[in-house]
Design a protein around this ligand. Sequence first.
Ligand code: FMN
Length: 452
Amino acid sequence: MVTRRQQLALVGFLQAQNCTTIPAAWRHPEARLDFTTADYYRHIGRTLERGCFDIGFFDDRLAMPDMYGHDHTHTVENGIRCVKLDPTAVLMAMGMATSHVGLGATYSTTYHQPFHVARVFSTLDHLTGGRAAWNVVTSVNDNEARNMGLDHGLAHDARYDQADEFMAVVHGHWDTWDDDALVMDRDAGLFARGDRVHRLDHQGEHYRSRGPFTVPRTPQGHPVVIQAGQSARGSRFAARWGELIFVSNLQLASARASYQALRTQAAELGRDPDSMRVATLVFPVVGRTRAEAEDRKAAFDALTKDIDELSLLSEGLNFDFSTKGLDDTFTAEELASLSGIQAIRDRVIERSGGAEPTVRDFMRITSRASLNHAVVGDPSDIADHLEEWFTTPACDGFVIGSSHQPAALEHFVDLVVPELQRRGLVRERYTGTTLRDHLGLAVPRPGAWTSA
Ligand SMILES: Cc1cc2nc3c(=O)[nH]c(=O)nc-3n(C[C@H](O)[C@H](O)[C@H](O)COP(=O)(O)O)c2cc1C
């Protein structure tokens, strides 16, 4: 009999936009294009729940990709993630159509106030009966900065320094209502105990926030915190604050090493490494037979374009790739100056083996606009791959990306999940009601995060 902890976590990687992370998604004949309707998100939520997923989570950016050539024309013409709906509003539509699956959304620490973010996610946690999670990002692009009153984003590590204080304020507010603060005794005329609701009175380098917070403690104590930092600074942040941690790793050996490193880092910060779950991003392409899966992959690959790749590279690395030809190289100084997602840059440096990488190398190695970490095969091939990574162990679960939606997710739920259930790796039904129940994460006691 497999216990909860021995089952892998399943996370649906969702986008409140016109495509998945892969721009070609909207071009696929099976893709639904009613991405501005509640029905689209309700359907995806029910699909995840049918597959006993722990959580579906929406990524976010605060700008459409227009770093390439500093122009958005190519973005909207090619449908390169040019639509971005507010993920928390979309999440509520999904929450009202489901009863168990966890619900996560991304909000940036760089462009919001901590009081606001703490309140949005506490509200979601109450209204969904304890299923909410916040994916904490620091935002990578100058075009996001320009939508928010600034010319440039902060430098990479500075973003995380500021985010540390942001997290302390958010957790501070989440902890200001004691569990027994609410009384609601009409006869005694006492709504809540005055001495059980505290002011935060935070005054720091970046933020000042007084309180008291206006949302009582939530069903999960507080929403689950998701993080995906992967650089040295980013993973220190993830190890400090993350409860569910997303990673992207293509090789089993390096994934195993970074999984262990993250757990060690958490332990060094005084945390129990078992108090977090690490989920690796994969893009399963499944068919009833291996040949059907390979045909599906080939049909999808035929839909991708070079401009998708160049546009998303420009976004990810905060650099305008239209300033270079496809065979132009990057000097060491240029590489060092890239301020976006450091893990992308570092992967290109590592895989170029000392040579100065060309734009083509960036496109080939990062494949940001095509199926990266694709696992192609029949249900048992996919289950074998996930089982190997999980038992090695290189992770505690998987972020399931989709070529296109909702079809690719449906294929996974209908074909792969039953095979994983047969192997005892995925639950057959939900046994708890909150996201913490699904992930096997304890309800935190007040002060646990701010006193760490
Ligand atoms: C599965 C996954 C989802 C992510 N979602 C977002 C997102 O929604 N918005 C965002 O700005 N960054 C997102 N990121 C990027 C991370 O927040 C982070 O910036 C990246 O992994 C690089 O790490 P670094 O910031 O330490 O360089 C995501 C990363 C992964 C692996």
